[in-house]
Design a protein around this ligand. Structure first.
Ligand code: ATP
Length: 266
């Protein structure tokens, strides 16, 4: 499971990072030597406590580290077998990547319909093509159809989360990075988000899922990586990880011991 385990399952890789390390300014690496794979058609989770490096890993993959004054210090990022290590974010999007950002990040002053249009921008949809893309997305998230003319800033937290997912889907991604899609949602909405992720995956999109809600994430993942202090602490299938009592209790919110990360003696 940990040590020399690797995610060898499934088809060819949608995403392969090899020993990537990333830093912000002069500080030591926020992520160190992360080797991670998402096979085509797979849902893979990236789990770990606050500050473990999950968002940094996502930024390194999407090419958005620079926006946060960070940089990749070593390693390689490949999307669908092509080296994207130094590529701009826009090139990665054209290769099939989309990211739903943590904190929803919808445009509050734009309507739901306008937010969706911005999500399709990279594909330069016009007229009927834009409508078709929007209809596809609304079939997965039908609740948004009644809200098309509403300003995104007036939506509830759950609706904004749905919109963030919908906007990312407008580019018809082959690989979707999802950063904490269940954050702050009521249990019933977490269930809905979970079902939406499953539907997106069933339509052929590979998914890398960052979640604090490990139980939810593992219930739909084929493989998971557990980060701590910027390094992979353990990896394996959900069944493998859950079998390890220490890991299950400390990190995964399952088992009987208190949910405190290893090394946290507070
Ligand atoms: P959380 O679950 O709290 O979002 P995370 O696992 O996503 O945590 P990161 O946000 O990737 O963790 O943070 C990893 C480390 O990098 C932390 O020590 C954090 O303080 C640091 N860090 C993150 N963003 C920046 C930044 N823009 N500038 C400097 N340091 C940062």
């Amino acid at each position: 499971m940990s040590g020399n385990a690797s995610n060898a399952s499934g088809g060819p890789p949608a995403l392969q990072t090899t020993a990537i390390s990333a830093s912000y300014g002069a500080a030591e690496n926020a992520v160190t030597d992360l080797t991670l794979r998402v096979s085509q058609g797979q849902v893979v989770s990236l789990l770990g406590p606050n500050g473990a490096g999950k968002s940094t890993s996502m930024r390194a993959i999407s090419g958005l580290l620079g926006l946060h004054r960070g940089r990749l210090t070593s390693g390689r990022v490949e999307l669908f077998g092509k080296d994207m290590t130094g590529a701009r974010a826009s090139r990665r999007v054209r290769a099939g990547l989309a990211q739903c950002l943590e904190g929803r990040m919808v445009f509050p002053g734009l309507t739901v319909a306008e937010n969706l249009t911005t999500g399709g921008h990279v594909r330069r949809y016009r007229g009927a093509a834009l409508t078709a893309a929007r209809d596809e997305v609304l079939a997965l998230l039908p609740r948004l159809r009644d809200l098309l003319d509403r300003k995104a800033g007036y939506l509830s937290g759950g609706e904004q989360q749905m919109l963030a997912i919908a906007r990312a889907l407008m580019s018809r991604p082959k690989l979707l990075l999802m950063d904490e899609p269940s954050l702050g949602l009521a249990p019933q909405l977490v269930e809905q988000v979970r079902d939406i992720i499953v539907s997106i995956n069933e339509q052929g999109t590979s998914i890398l899922l960052v979640e604090q809600n490990a139980r939810m994430a593992l219930s739909i993942s084929g493989y998971a990586y557990l980060l701590e202090g910027g390094r992979v602490y353990a990896e394996g299938t959900p069944a493998e990880l859950e079998q390890d009592n220490d890991i299950a209790a400390a990190y995964l919110g399952v088992g009987t011991a208190p949910a405190a990360p290893r090394g946290d003696d507070s």
